[in-house]
Design a protein around this ligand. Sequence first.
Ligand SMILES: NC(=O)c1ccc[n+]([C@@H]2O[C@H](COP(=O)([O-])OP(=O)(O)OC[C@H]3O[C@@H](n4cnc5c(N)ncnc54)[C@H](O)[C@@H]3O)[C@@H](O)[C@H]2O)c1
Length: 348
Amino acid sequence: MRVGVPTEVKSDEYRVALTPAGVRELVDAGHEVFVQSGAGVGSAIPDDAYAAQGATITPDAAELFGAAELIVKVKEPQPEEVTRLEPRHVLFTYLHLAADATLTRALMASGATCIAYETVEDGRGRLPLLAPMSEVAGKIATQAGAFMLEKPLGGRGILLGGVPGVSAAKVMIIGGGVVGMNAAFIALGMEATVYVFDRSIDRLRELDIAFSGRADTCFASTLSVEQLRLMKPHAVLVDVSIDQGGCFETSRPTTHSDPTYEVDGITHYCVTNMPGAVPITSTYALTNATMPYVVHLASAGVARAVAESPGLKLGVNVAGGQVTYAPVAEAVGVAVAPVDEALAAIAA
Ligand SMILES: NC(=O)c1ccc[n+]([C@@H]2O[C@H](COP(=O)([O-])OP(=O)(O)OC[C@H]3O[C@@H](n4cnc5c(N)ncnc54)[C@H](O)[C@@H]3O)[C@@H](O)[C@H]2O)c1
């Protein structure tokens, strides 16, 4: 199959969807790979590094989309990219369509088969293509919080780990999933006093073992979480879940160029694409997870790949002009079509 990797065009996006290692895997499996010139620059990967593994470097997006059948990206396609999509294309990328009816309808109109990273599941119902970005965001959350606690940045002026004779700062983490566990590991590494709240006792059990008792695990009841109201002046609140709307009444989305604002004396950090701050780490973390799926799609073709992988099948959001993922169909207000039927209609 001919696999294409465009340069990301969304603002502040420096990741790329394939590394030279991915090119090598695909070329060794007998596929052709096209990489748009400059696609890897934001992640410190020059064109030459792709070419050395057998990729053809294309000068622009028009040629890239023209040459490729399977298009691998990072962010949802921007309007100029949507216009380049055709029924012969398979698009594999983050889509987040439930929140974007306009994009969903545009992708339906393109006729392309669109597979969303964020709805692909593994055999245990986990989200393997979201997890790497949650790991990165969790680690950044503590780093960013620690930094914003510094007085010149408007923070309380307290060192997370304290020093001998002076107490450490307290870090309260609500939700001990992938983000929360990674945030806790960094906070523990910085020698803060750490509390992790979750509604799942099973998860708290797993965390207790993972932290070897170094963090307090707490059941998240309304009463226990209410102490947030008692946050000290110039404390810092990092709302990682802001990409899904956030979990605090006072949260609103911010960007890396202006990451914080203050409400009632509390610094809020609510950056929606936290992994974008560390594109080199994020590119490798993402592509390590996506690469086996890319190779499978390229080698088997989309119909056989989804028949062989029920988890990948859950990633198919749009095919043959129809929405094939129920939560997106419901959010956008269109009928859902079975994946197999939609793909069969394309093949016919
Ligand atoms: N801002 C960003 O750049 C960025 C990056 C990655 C992920 N995220 C977001 O971070 C959030 C967490 O992602 P994740 O991968 O860790 O998810 P996850 O499913 O692994 O973890 C969520 C955890 O929260 C717990 N939980 C749910 N409701 C709760 C409640 N009311 N009180 C306490 N705990 C509760 C769950 O039991 C689970 O353990 C998601 O909203 C995700 O979209 C944001």
